[in-house]
Design a protein around this ligand. Structure first.
Ligand code: HEC
Length: 156
């Protein structure tokens, strides 16, 4: 029995070390500052600061990758979140969207935070500052509403 446990323990160590070889790319693609959501909208500092503390890691090309994002299998899961997050909304590449796309993303930002879906609940335990108060949500929604109005005037 002891021998079986020992072999199992060795296999486990080999497995844990072995999977470290599979390293997902932890990317931060270059940013064209003229195409960011900050450049494309009129964003007051309080809105910028909410995005920065609560959304940046998954929705920009300025992800901060702490050491544990290097450790498999956690690294696989976390890099997927960032890739999926950027695909759904990349605030660093907001200017690539046409007027309709920008309008839709602004609306979704308010929807997702109002419903409590964003920031992801798996993110906030390690990033308590990312949690949004009711006031934060209101700040975001008031702003997206104003920007959608302003951008639709521009597009006309
Ligand atoms: C830990 C990573 C993470 C954080 C932090 C995060 N998101 Fe997301 N977000 C995602 C992922 C992953 C998706 C894609 C979900 C999907 O496709 O189901 C997503 C999708 C979205 C979408 C698109 C929804 C749609 O219907 O296509 C919006 C808008 C969004 N997030 C807004 C935000 C905002 C605003 C914040 C900050 C308040 C935020 N997210 C914080 C990971 C994150």
């Amino acid at each position: 029995m002891k021998r079986v446990l020992k072999i199992a323990a060795i296999l486990l160590v080999v497995l844990v070390v072995g999977i470290q070889a599979i390293r997902p790319a932890r990317t931060n693609p270059p940013i064209d500052e003229s195409q960011t959501i900050n450049a494309k909208t009129q964003m007051p500092p309080e809105v910028a600061s909410i995005f920065d503390r609560s959304c940046r890691d998954c929705h920009t090309n300025k992800t901060v990758w702490p050491w544990y994002t290097n450790v498999a299998p956690l690294s696989w899961w976390l890099s997927n979140h960032v890739n999926d997050g950027r695909r759904a909304l990349n605030m660093s590449e907001f200017g690539k969207l046409d007027a309709n796309g920008q309008d839709r993303k602004l609306r979704q930002i308010c929807d997702e935070v109002s419903d409590g879906v964003m920031p992801l609940s798996s993110y906030t335990p390690m990033h308590p500052a990312a949690k949004l108060s009711d006031q934060d949500k209101k700040t975001l929604c008031d702003w997206t509403e104003k920007e959608r109005e302003r951008l639709s005037q521009l597009a006309r």
